[in-house]
Design a binder for this molecule. Structure first.
Ligand code: NDP
Length: 327
């Protein structure tokens, strides 16, 4: 059987990605074969497809760090034909063929069954960015950050993790401060549930190691100076989650927020999260994400459009989520 896929190759230091027709025997090992409906473009996909960071470790490879679809055949007792499944992370787009294809063959232990109320399309509108937003909300809850504790800041708010974090927090009753570098997205962020917009420039310059507290917690996808300033302005016993590096991989912060304010910095990893955590996250997404709001964050593209979106997302030009219809 032949199927359509994006195929990444490397010549010297240059990664190239082209739409190709592949044969079933080019799929990799795995006990479950999935007919893929949708994938997405996340920031990590941007880095992989452009070759900006060494995400892909084996060439040639089908990129795409996530996929949603329907099980076609399974050697695992945990899945049967017809099951609707989602896969975020693990080795996808690193050493195993990823989601930018009409078919995928993967180990059963990487798959999560989708809750009934979430379609394949919804699952990829949420995507790894949205599932990471949910992991971040769970970490805030774990840190005891309830809505009555005060507002929660979301950085990189117009991006994928940011947009879905704003929508989730708002539905859960939090007051949400959305930090963005795109003033023109203020109305979009308010429609998602932000109560206040903060110019991200106020967080991007070196600041005091500790400053007047402005939020009880924060979901940060930027790292760098942004995260250092977020920590400095977090209230007593607050929690800040850190999942991303859209600003920088560095963390030029001081100890003050930790030892004077008892602030917790909670790292978030979606790629190798255990199945038990994934299942909770997807269950909570089914109950806590307003799907009508989700729709307002999504643009839909085809496989051939992915290389351009990959460039755009690294330049901070993509709003919300990009859904890839692979068929
Ligand atoms: P997006 O590009 O969709 O969102 C990132 C947002 O950050 C941009 O939209 C922009 O928002 C803001 N931004 C861009 N450049 C800068 C800058 N120089 N300084 C401050 N803010 C900036 O990416 P995703 O939402 O898909 O991912 C966000 C981050 O989270 C990435 O670094 C990604 O790798 C990471 N990530 C990590 C995961 C994990 O498992 N740890 C999983 C998923 C994502 P605005 O214009 O509103 O300011």
């Amino acid at each position: 059987m032949t199927f359509k896929a994006l195929w990444a190759t490397k010549t010297g230091d240059t990664v190239s990605v082209a739409l190709s027709s592949l044969e079933d025997d080019q799929l990799m090992d795995g006990d479950v074969t999935v007919a893929v409906d949708y994938s997405t473009v996340n920031y990590k996909d941007g880095m992989a497809v452009t070759g900006r960071a060494p995400i892909i470790r084996t060439f040639p490879l089908i990129p795409g760090i996530d996929l949603a679809g329907t099980v076609e055949s399974s050697k695992s007792p945990d899945f049967k034909p017809g099951d609707r499944v989602v896969l975020n992370g693990f080795e996808l787009s690193m050493s195993h063929h990823g989601g930018y294809a009409q078919r995928a063959r993967v180990p059963a232990e990487w798959l999560v069954k989708l809750p009934d109320s979430i379609s394949s399309k919804d699952a990829m509108a949420i995507g790894t960015a949205g599932y990471t937003a949910m992991l971040s909300v769970l970490a805030l809850e774990h840190g005891g950050i309830t809505p009555d504790r005060g507002p929660v800041l979301v950085t990189g708010a117009s991006g994928g993790v940011g947009s879905i974090s704003v929508a989730l927090l708002s539905k859960l009753g939090y007051r949400v401060i959305a930090s963005t570098g795109r003033a023109q997205e203020a109305d979009y962020l308010k429609r998602l549930g932000a109560t206040e917009i903060l110019d991200r420039a106020t967080l991007s310059q070196p600041g005091a190691p500790i400053a007047a507290p402005k939020w009880a917690g924060a979901i940060d996808s930027c790292g760098g100076q942004t995260l250092a300033n977020v920590l400095a302005q977090t209230d007593y016993r607050g929690t800040v989650t850190a999942c991303g590096l859209a600003d920088s991989m560095d963390l030029p912060a001081a100890m003050h927020p930790f030892i004077l304010r008892n602030v917790t910095l909670a790292g978030i990893d979606s790629v190798n999260a255990p199945q038990s955590v994934r299942a909770v996250a997807w269950k909570r997404l089914a109950s806590d994400l307003d799907l009508a709001k989700l729709e307002t964050t999504v643009q839909e593209v085809g496989l051939a459009d992915v290389p351009q979106v990959a460039v755009d997302i690294l330049e901070g030009k993509v709003r919300g989520r990009t859904l890839v219809d692979v068929n």
